[in-house]
Design a protein around this ligand. Structure first.
Ligand SMILES: [Zn+2]
Length: 315
């Protein structure tokens, strides 16, 4: 098992001296995925990861040579091996990104060993896990491990650097997983910050209105289709806050502090069963959004299911 620094990991994508398999370890899988995305834009972009060209957009939106999986089952991973063994269509490399590798069952994890040991030529496998201990030692030993640990003086550093108040700094802390450079990037991503507010607003309206809110929310989801991972992440985080408020009433544990009054209102309005089932619905939908689907249909199904949970558990 060998550990490498985040910077060396990213630079390897530019120099082409890449290893076959990496394990990104971070408590927040979104942060690990963001790093994978950064790596992949560098790998597929002809300008070294500019973030704006057509190749970079494909990496973010859906690239033919990148397969994304979330805690895959044995048969899903078997298909993935077939995918990665083929020649790249739109670049040099074939990539598999496995999110939540620590949620894989042992038989799925075992089915990866041979591929990790000797990955096909010009292929990369990126695994993300919340801890090293979460994956089998035989998996960890076959990967270069990239540890992502939060910055200790995050809040002070970020308030000083961006000249923002304590509440905004704490919101950014949650969004970035406590990484200052990531927080600055998110803060400057005005499109994301707008998407985040709109997502929370829609989610709040949806769970407080009748089914008529579904089509408006589905329109919104469809308009942000290429950033659906961000959207469902924000929805989960908002609902998670409601659940935390119900259980602890401790504002220090709330992520979306700038929406505190809505969170408190919802916490008293819904049962905890309703909220946790809504979160589960979104988690399931997230898996469906990863594969090519009729987007509108999948989005509407998710919204109907959320409302159904709300009605089932009415206070
Ligand atoms: Zn680019």
């Amino acid at each position: 098992m060998s550990s490498i620094l985040k910077q060396s990991f990213l630079e390897s994508a530019n120099t082409g001296k890449i290893l076959g398999a990496y394990l990104i370890v971070c408590k927040r899988s979104e942060v690990a995925l963001k790093l994978c995305e950064l790596f992949l834009t560098r790998l597929y972009c002809k300008k070294g990861g500019c973030g704006t060209c057509a190749d970079c957009k494909k990496v973010k939106g859906g690239h033919v040579d990148i397969l994304r999986l979330s805690a895959p089952k044995v048969d899903e991973f078997r298909d993935a091996i077939g995918f990665v063994s083929q020649k790249a269509v739109d670049g040099v490399y074939k990539t598999i990104v496995v999110e939540k590798a620590d949620d894989m069952n042992p038989s799925a994890a075992n089915s990866m060993l041979k591929t990790l040991e000797s990955p096909p030529r010009d292929s990369v496998i990126l695994l993300s896990s919340r801890s090293v201990a979460g994956v089998l030692p035989t998996i960890a030993s076959r990967c270069a491990i990239v540890h992502l640990t939060p910055d200790e003086d995050f809040t002070q550093q970020i308030m000083r650097e961006l000249d923002i108040d304590d509440t905004s700094a704490r919101v950014l802390k949650d969004l970035s997983g406590g990484f200052a450079d990531e927080a600055v990037r998110i803060y400057n991503d005005k499109a994301f910050m707008k998407l985040r507010s709109e997502t929370i607003e829609h989610t709040h309206k949806l769970i407080n209105q009748k089914s008529s809110a579904i089509s408006a929310t589905a329109d919104f989801l469809e308009s942000g289709k290429e950033r659906i991972a961000d959207v469902v992440g924000v929805m989960q985080s908002f609902l998670h806050d409601i659940s935390v408020q119900q259980k602890t009433r401790n504002p220090a544990l709330i992520a979306n502090l700038d929406w505190r009054s809505e969170i408190e209102r919802n916490a008293s309005h819904f049962t905890s069963g309703a909220i946790s089932n809504m979160i589960r619905v979104i988690l399931e939908a997230e898996r469906r959004f990863l594969i090519p689907v009729n987007f509108r249909l999948a989005a509407e199904k998710m919204l109907f299911d959320i409302l159904e949970e709300r009605n089932r558990w009415k206070k």
